[in-house]
Design a binder for this molecule. Structure first.
Ligand code: AMP
Length: 395
């Protein structure tokens, strides 16, 4: 029996059919440009990749293709549950939840906290429930893992009424990935997760670090929204909150324009004036592009500073984990970050670091250093596992 994992973005739908016990993937695909012209679904079959156009560009139409693929594999009856990635669960969800009318209402109530993400998640859930009406559906929240953060880590120094009346606090995101790689790191280190204090760095297009004490998140760099913290592909991360007022006065920018620029035109892209893609930036920096070099340097500096900050949350640091597209592939970013962290007892093993790319993982620290690992994240498998566990307990 298998779990279907559905991850809907504002114009995309990622799906995978997995065995939750082994992680083996029977089918996976990605629908893109939903809601607009030129929508299509890319399906990864065992004998290669096919692309199916979606003339209506809707979530139900994308689900139609998914159903046809399942029928082609004779696998529709194997779907025992559907696991949905939901970005924001607010303070209501500290774990995955079986989808009920009440849970759907609570996800709806979190829409103001994630106006781009939660509506897409709800649309995906509706389409999936219509297509798979006989199996349990589970919501797995990006924020849930971080609900163990203590108040000292999640409160902002702003008027208390903003927290009480509007939920203004730090929530954190990428929880599924941080939880997965922490578990994998413990397995690789051969130590119980409960006895380890880890910092995990999820570095993809979105980036965040988390402090994980004994398997529980005690701090993370993202906050009320996924804009806080590290420099990301197109997101600024931390800026002075006085910036909005200043630019509104000086450049005549509206709040909407400022928010869009901080989310889509900033980060590596803004700093370099070139691209949000770390691979391209490393190449351009190598060829002497000053903006690309600066973007990578700022990315690394801010990353090292926030990792060092997470050490304060943990008290004792047993290990650092790199994951995400950049964390799993950029030996240069990892070694530059570890050089900045020498003050905390980190030394890199250059050979091991250079080898940990393109799907290769493992320990990259030299002997005597705080353990440092590269772990390939697998959010789909984590969602499938949490879904299957919840369904098994619920039956
Ligand atoms: P993700 O969102 O996890 O898919 O990560 C996307 C980021 O990973 C982009 O910035 C890519 O440029 C970066 N990335 C992927 N492969 C490499 C690589 N070989 N070297 C450096 N960065 C990479």
């Amino acid at each position: 029996m298998k779990t279907l994992v559905v991850n809907c973005g504002s114009s995309s739908m990622k799906f995978a059919l997995l065995d939750p016990a082994s992680g083996a993937v029977a089918l996976s695909g990605l629908a893109e440009r939903l809601g607009g012209a030129g929508a299509s679904v890319r399906v990864d079959r065992e004998d290669g990749r096919v692309t199916v156009p979606l003339p209506n560009g809707s979530y139900p139409e994308a689900f139609g293709v998914l159903l046809a693929e399942l029928d082609r594999l004779n696998a529709r009856a194997e779907v025992q549950a559907v696991g949905h990635r939901v970005v924001h669960g607010g303070e209501q969800f500290s774990a995955a939840s079986l989808l009920s009318p009440e849970v759907l209402k609570a996800i709806q109530a979190c829409v103001p906290l994630a106006p781009l993400h939660n509506p897409a998640n709800l649309e995906g859930i509706a389409a999936a429930q219509a297509a798979f009406c006989d199996v349990p559906h589970v919501a797995v929240f990006d924020t849930a893992f971080h609900q163990t953060m203590p108040e000292v880590a999640y409160r902002y120094a702003v008027p208390e009424a903003w927290y009480r009346e509007h939920g203004v606090r730090r929530y954190g995101f990428h929880g599924t990935s941080h939880a997965y790689v922490a578990g994998e790191a413990a397995r690789v280190l051969g130590q119980p997760l409960e006895e380890l204090n880890l910092v995990t760095a999820h570095l993809g297009n979105g980036c965040s670090v988390a402090a994980i004490a004994g398997g529980r998140s005690v701090d993370t760099s993202m906050g009320l929204t996924p804009l806080e913290g590290l420099v990301m592909g197109t997101r600024s991360g931390d800026v002075d909150p006085g910036l909005h007022d200043y630019l509104a006065r000086e450049a005549g920018l509206s709040l909407t324009e400022l928010t869009a620029a901080l989310n889509r035109e900033s980060g590596l892209k803004g700093l370099s004036g070139l691209t949000n893609d770390m691979r391209e930036l490393e190449e351009a920096a190598g060829q002497g592009h000053a903006g690309a070099r600066l973007a990578v340097q700022v990315f690394v500096y801010r990353l090292a500073k926030l990792i060092a900050g997470m050490a304060v949350a943990l008290g004792r640091l047993d290990g650092l984990v790199f994951t995400g597209g950049i964390g799993e592939n950029s030996a240069a970013v990892r070694s530059a970050t570890l050089a900045r962290l020498a003050v905390l007892g980190f030394t890199v093993d250059d050979g091991a670091n250079a080898a940990a790319v393109r799907g290769q993982s493992g320990v990259i620290s030299a002997s005597g250093s705080v353990s440092t690992l590269v772990v390939n994240t697998n959010e789909e498998w984590m969602i499938a596992r949490e879904t299957a566990e919840l369904v098994a307990r619920g039956l």
